[in-house]
Design a protein around this ligand. Sequence first.
Ligand code: SF4
Length: 54
Amino acid sequence: MTFHCKNYDINADKCNKLKGDCIPGRRGCVLEGRVKISSELQKKINELEKGKSE
Ligand code: SF4
């Protein structure tokens, strides 16, 4: 990761805000809508969203 987010728990490799994986730009993330998401990251987000709706 090339930035520091105050919500990121480096020891657990988790997002404290969302109580889950840190995927910058994911729904609810402080960076949502503020970052340009790479296609690789977008894929991760899509998988996350898909997993939630199932
Ligand atoms: S998902 Fe977003 S809010 Fe959570 S730690 Fe990662 S960058 Fe921060």
